[in-house]
Design a protein around this ligand. Structure first.
Ligand code: NAG
Ligand code: NAG
Ligand code: NAG
Ligand code: NAG
Length: 434
């Protein structure tokens, strides 16, 4: 994408000609060397009321993370100065490359007026509004993957949404949304451009569990990435990006969702019989907007029944606790180092060579002192096999305490479970030495 215009020192028109090559060099120097070309990090919080994840971008104000979001947007002061971006400008085309269905019309439906408008939307309600674009500076810490190092400004273009776009279904303190999709004006591409990290339009996401403290997001790089371990003699987990497995990361034209091609689902190491092409139709998407993984009815039923049959004893099931259907007596579930000892649920990745496995700590949620439930939901309002609906939407809970590497250049997803006893909340936020 094109960088927002930056202030360049004006060249003196009286400068003797012979000095020009040197002065051009001197003038070009700061542009390439002042900002360290290193990734930046943001702490990631989980809002207990909504289960949404937020990062403090734009003056430290909290923004909801939306993996499928194409823009960075927030409410602005009423007297904000709109950026003078023509609707024919490349930035304007980037801002409008994806338009939520609720925004109507598509680009063609909105004739080019003088100044560019963007159409931010609320990822929870789907509500959309016309908005000005503004040039802004985010403040973030650079990182070596172990600690925050030093604060740097990150140039970005954001949309100024009306206050009506915020809603009680967003966290109380949220002032906007940080889109993390592969779109040109989403946060990852903007950080990569501002930080001048060549070929590193990639980011790492380590989402925290409720009540465990902040996780972390690192933009503008592929790693390394370390967490504190708290095991005797072992101060750090080692570089967790070395433990990643990889899957292709796809997107579809006109759709900012991240897709992962999945060829099957296994429960307790046995493949679950699914209707032909069930997973190809709609595919598997990653979504931080939904708290728990949702499966289309034709995929949900065989998977949850295989899980229930695969438990060590058949007398543990108790009454459902909405929104969950399969709930169990906690005192009978065997505890293990990796959560309850329940059948592993695995997404078999294209080619069957890799699998993304969810152990008890990622598949079971404690709903009260006596009950734990299988944290999978049946998609509502969707028919079995409907190809317009995803087959599986991997939600926030299942991504927590995993290191996810979204490599938008290589179109690749790296994933690894954070090794217990560490967790995404164990990033060392103490300032480190450069
Ligand atoms: C906005 O940009 C246009 C085209 O680049 C230019 O003609 C116009 O003077 C600018 N307006 C302001 C207020 O800067
Ligand atoms: C950068 O890191 C330091 C040390 O952890 C912290 O005090 C500061 O608030 C951070 N700045 C930002 C913008 O996150
Ligand atoms: C759970 O199991 C324990 C131990 O067998 C039993 O005492 C208790 O009544 C069970 N609770 C429910 C709700 O079934
Ligand atoms: C956290 O980082 C600081 C700065 O590098 C270091 O001094 C400290 O030992 C680290 N803490 C842990 C628990 O690794």
């Amino acid at each position: 994408m094109q960088a927002p215009p930056r202030k360049m020192p004006r060249r003196n028109p009286l400068l003797p000609l012979f000095l020009l090559p040197i002065s051009a060099l001197v003038l070009a120097w700061p542009a390439s060397c002042t900002a360290d070309p290193v990734p930046v990090l943001f702490p990631v919080a989980k809002d207990p009321a909504t289960s949404l994840y937020t990062i403090p971008v734009r003056d430290g104000a909290s923004h909801v993370i939306d993996l499928a979001g194409p823009l960075l947007w927030s409410t602005c002061d009423d007297d904000h100065l709109p950026a003078n971006i023509s609707c024919r400008d490349r930035l304007c085309k980037l801002a409008n490359a994806y338009r939520a269905p609720s925004c109507g019309g598509g680009v063609a439906g909105h004739p080019c007026s003088k100044r560019c408008k963007a159409y931010p939307y609320n990822p929870v309600t789907g509500r959309c509004a016309a908005a000005d674009l503004v040039h802004t500076r985010l403040v973030a810490n650079t990182t070596d993957g172990r600690n925050p190092l030093s604060q740097v400004p990150v140039r970005a273009v954001a949309a100024c949404a009306p206050r009506t776009l915020l809603d009680h279904r967003l966290p109380r303190d949220a002032t906007g949304v940080a889109g993390l999709s592969a779109a040109g004006l989403a946060l990852p591409a903007q950080v990569a451009t501002s930080q001048r990290v060549a070929n590193a339009n990639a980011f790492l996401l380590c989402l925290p569990r409720s009540g465990s403290g902040d996780g972390v997001a690192v933009f503008g790089g592929r790693g390394p990435f370390f967490l504190k371990l708290f095991v005797t003699g072992e101060p750090s987990s080692g570089d967790l990006t070395r433990t990643l497995q990889f899957a292709p990361l796809r997107s579809r034209p006109g759709n900012p969702l991240y897709y992962v091609p999945v060829s099957g689902v296994a429960v307790g190491r046995a493949p679950v019989p699914l209707p032909p092409r069930a997973l190809a139709a709609g595919g598997v998407v990653l979504c931080t907007r939904v708290p728990y993984t949702a499966l289309r009815p034709d995929v949900y039923r065989p998977v949850v029944e295989a899980f229930d049959r695969g438990l060590v004893r058949s007398d543990m099931r108790v009454a459902a606790v909405p929104p969950f259907e399969f709930c169990y007596n906690r005192t009978l579930l065997p505890p293990t180092r990796l959560g309850y000892g329940v059948p592993e649920i695995a997404l078999l990745l294209e080619g069957g060579k890799q699998e993304w496995t969810f152990v008890g700590s990622s598949s079971m949620v404690d709903v009260d002192a006596r009950t734990a439930c299988l944290a999978l939901l049946e998609m509502k309002g969707v028919k079995a096999g409907d190809p317009s609906a995803a087959a599986v939407v991997v939600g926030g809970f299942q991504m927590e305490d995993h290191l996810l590497q979204f490599d938008l250049d290589k179109k690749q997803l790296g994933f690894a479970r954070v090794p217990i006893p560490s967790a995404c909340s164990n990033f060392n936020f103490t300032r480190g030495r450069q």
